[in-house]
Design a protein around this ligand. Sequence first.
Ligand code: MN
Length: 440
Amino acid sequence: MSSDSSTSGGDPSSNTTTTITSVSPEKSSPSPLSPPVQIPISWPPNASLSLNWIQDLISAFDWSSRNLSPFDFHSVLPVQVFDALILTASKLLHKEPNCVTLEDFSPDSSVVVVGDVHGQLHDLIFLFKNAGFPDDNRFFVFNGDYVDRGAWGLETFLLLLAWKVFLPHRVYLLRGNHESKYCTSVYGFEKEVLAKYGDMGKHVYHKCLGCFEGLPLTSIIAQRVYTAHGGLFRSIPVTPLKRAKGKKNRRISLNSDTNSFSLGSLEELSKARRTVLDPPWEGSNLIPGDVLWSDPSMKPGLSPNKERGIGLLWGPDCTEEFLKKFQLKLIIRSHEGPDAREKRPGLAGMDEGYTIDHVVDSGKLITLFSAPDYPQFQAGKERYRNKGAYIVLRSPNFDEPEFHGFEAVAPRPQVNPYYDFEDVIDSDEELDLASMATAE
Ligand SMILES: [Mn+2]
C-alpha cells in the first residue's frame, strides 16, 4: 500500500485546520483462477456473523467480480444465504429511528463518514482497508447511494448489510435517493439483480426494495454533526380548515404556498413516514424526498429544486439557521458527484471527493462523495478522474473533519453496464415524474 502523504491546513475554502490525506491503491495483482475462499458462501450457524465471515465475503465478491460471469453470481451467494442476510438486516434497519444518533463514545472513538459509493465495490473494499474495518472504537456512517450506475451494486449493498448485522451499533447505513424503485429501474440496479439471480432475480430485487424502505434517513453524531444524503428539509405546516358541511372530521389542508417554505425541525423529521418505495414529491409526506434529494445553493433561502424535480435548494442562511437552532457544528451531505457539480456554477467541483460549500457563523456544510473515477460508465467525453474521499471525526468533539482522499482501484474489471448510460440523463438524475407516477 502506498504511504500516506499528509498536509495540514490544506482546506481550500476555510481557514480552519484540517488534515488531508491522499492515497492511491496498489495496482491489483492477477487473480487466481480458483476462489480464495470456499464458495458458495454459507450462512453461519445461529446467524452469528464473524469478522472472518465478512472477510470471506469480501474475498468471494472481489474474486467473482474478476473471474466469473455475473450470470454465475448465484453460485457464489446462494439465494438462501441472500434471504437470511437481507431478512436479518431489514429487521434491524426497520427498527431504527429516522434520525439515528451516535453517542456514548470512548476517548479512542472515531467515526468514519462515507458518501456515495454507486456500486464501485473495489473502491469500497479499498476504503475499508485504508480507513480500517469497523470495530469497537471505529464507527461508520454511510450517507446512501450504494447501488446504480456501477456494476457491483448488489455486492456493495450486501457487504454493507453484512457489516450492519455484525456490528449494528457501529455501522449505520442511511438511505440515498438511489435506494428507491424509480432510480434502480432507470440506473441499472434492477437489471443487475436480474442478471445475477436469473429466475430468482425478481424475488431478490423485491427483497432489496423492502430493505431500502427500512433504511434510516439521517444521523446525528456526538450532538454536533448532522449527516444525510441530500440534506435539509422543509417544515410541513398543517392548517386546520373549517368543518365542512355534513363532515364529521375537520379537514386538514396542507399549506401549499410555495413562498412560505420554512426549515423543518428534528422533531418533524422524526415523525416522517420513510417506508415508501419512492419518496413522494407532492402531498404531505415531503420530508423523506427533501432529505434524499435536496442540494445546497449559494442563493439564500429555500426554494423548489427545479433541476431535480423533487427536494429543495437551500442557501447559506438556512445552513446557519439549522446549525444554530439545533446547536450543531457540521452538516455532511453527499449526492453530488463530478458530473452534477459540472453543471452548478458557484459551487466547487468534486475533483477531490469533497467540497466545503457553506462556511457560516455556527459551522460548515460539506459535500462528501466516495466514488472515485465516477461514473464507471461514461459516454464519449473525457473522464472526470475525480478522487473519492471519506471523513474521519475524532473524539472528544467530532467536529473537526479529517479529509482522506483516494484514487480508484485500477484496473477496474471490465464488465458490461446494466443501463443505457449513453441515453440516460447524464447528470445525477432528474426525476421523470411522468414515468414515476406510472411505475407502481
Ligand atoms: Mn444521490
